[in-house]
Design a protein around this ligand. Structure first.
Ligand code: DGL
Length: 279
């Protein structure tokens, strides 16, 4: 009996595993640290294999499985697939592998938030090529609301642009304008930012619609939506951390260069000590 009680409490106080193709998933880490300050995190960025956004689903599934294996060996009490592309193509594979350990993707929370903010049912999604090609956002949105009209658009130039730190210059303005002026986005009242990197240009995208649309467009930042969703789900399964031990986080990368250190600052606004872990 004592062993069962001990296992129960140990589970709650294990860290949460979070993974992404690289550093963009740190936008989710940042939101998690705000929403769940007591939770320790083990982050894995697959910098040896990024970007995932234009890779085949089979390859992304294979990488995701290896990462899940590593995270479960830590061990962790839950896994968050912070990468939209991996969420789009590898969620079921990772959940099957993880068994009883809950796995969260970043798509469901964003879909839920979008549905609570659209009134005209005319919505948009921007993401990487592989995410858009998977059609997962459209499927989930239509399953929840049959009359919804979804425009899904791949916006592959945004990731390298953001990683370059080009958030507020002439080039970034032109790229954002060119993508957002897609005629499919005319009349939308809500838009999902379906990629780890896009929260960094949320303000610019909102500004585009403020200036060009006739009405308000609610822009869904999936990092905030995911943090809120995970907090609710952990509370429901009694998996929230208990006690007063301070959270401690570990950050692993499958490849390391100084460039990643700079990129981490961009996404998390913190100095991080990375550990290298080849898969
Ligand atoms: N993390 C990816 C995503 O959210 C973007 C970067 C990449 O293509 O690897 O889809």
């Amino acid at each position: 009996m004592l062993a069962v009680i001990a296992a129960f409490f140990m589970n709650k106080n294990l860290p949460i595993g979070v993974f992404d193709s690289g550093l963009g998933g740190l936008t989710i880490v940042k939101a998690l640290q705000r929403a769940l300050p007591k939770e320790s995190l083990v982050y894995f960025g697959d910098t040896a294999h990024l970007p995932y956004g234009d890779k085949s689903p089979e390859l992304v599934k294979g990488y995701s499985l290896e990462i899940a294996r590593f995270l479960l060996s830590q061990p962790v009490k839950a896994i968050i697939i912070a990468c939209n592309t991996a969420s789009a193509v590898a969620y079921q594979t990772v959940q099957n592998f993880a068994g009883q350990i809950p796995v969260f993707d970043v798509i469901r929370p964003a879909v839920r938030e979008l549905l609570s903010h659209t009134s005209n049912g005319n919505v948009g999604v921007i993401a990487t090529k592989t995410t858009i090609h998977s059609g997962v956002y459209g499927r989930q949105l239509m399953a929840a609301r049959a009359d919804i009209r979804v425009t899904e658009k791949a916006t592959p130039l945004l990731v390298p642009m953001i990683e370059e730190g080009w958030l507020h210059n002439r080039v970034s303005q032109d790229v954002i304008d060119a993508y957002m002026s897609d005629t499919g986005f005319r009349g939308i009242d809500a838009l999902i930012l379906g990629c780890t990197h896009y929260p960094l240009i949320k303000g610019q995208i909102e500004a585009y619609f403020r200036q060009n649309a006739q009405h308000n467009v609610h822009v869904v930042d999936s990092s905030e939506a995911v943090a809120g969703y995970v907090r609710e789900a952990l509370a429901q399964s009694s998996l929230l951390h208990e006690g007063n031990t301070a959270a401690s986080h570990r950050y692993f990368l499958s490849d390391y260069t100084v460039h990643f250190q700079e990129a981490a600052k961009l996404f998390l606004n913190q100095e991080i000590v990375f550990e290298k872990k080849e898969l």
